[in-house]
Design a protein around this ligand. Structure first.
Ligand SMILES: [Zn+2]
Length: 179
């Protein structure tokens, strides 16, 4: 929760923001104890650059960490484009999920994306399992999403209105556990 820094939608933008406006990453409060006194605590490297065919890898991607003076725990902040606890980024997950929402089979999605079918099934199971909870948060913030009658309609409408990364950033901000 409050782990995602919104509106940083590419790795290049993230690298630029870390240099130009590092303050945007600093959390307002500690996610563990709620205190508002966090110190910058360096960065750790993450292999987040999985762009197919990129000639130069940007890895390791620095992820800023913060240290809480109250509870002495650390926390980190991810740019919107990187999915917490996922190997692949939101953009690729969105492509695959839209194919499935449009009626594509696991096999078709696997052939088109080059991803393992089990990975795709896991994402689909995740989306279906979290739709009630995520839908509640997203409808509260975006009432126009309330018109959809079923899961497919809801996510198709949502992903037409905003990218998956942005929906996840809102969910993270509003207190839902993402992913
Ligand atoms: Zn704390």
């Amino acid at each position: 929760m409050h782990r995602i820094v919104p509106a940083i939608t590419s790795l290049h933008q993230h690298l630029d923001s870390l240099v130009r406006e590092p303050a945007v990453y600093r959390p307002a409060a500690c996610p563990h104890c709620g205190l508002g006194r966090l110190w910058g605590h360096g960065c750790y490297g993450r292999k987040a650059d999985r762009r197919p065919g990129a000639s130069v890898s940007l890895n390791p991607i620095p992820i800023p960490r913060f240290f809480c003076q109250g509870c002495r725990q650390t926390c980190s902040r991810l740019p919107e484009c990187i999915a917490p606890r996922r190997w692949y980024d939101w953009a690729l997950q969105q492509v695959v999920l839209l194919l499935l929402l449009g009626g594509g089979s696991l096999h078709q999605c696997s052939v088109l994306s080059g991803l393992d079918r089990r990975t795709i099934r896991r994402w689909w199971t995740w989306l279906c399992g979290r739709t009630d909870a995520f839908g509640m948060f997203l409808r509260a913030r975006f009432p126009e999403l309330g018109r959809a009658v079923d899961l497919r309609g809801f996510w198709q409408g949502c992903l037409q209105a905003m990218p998956l990364s942005q929906a996840m950033a809102w969910l993270d901000r509003d207190g839902a556990a993402v992913p």
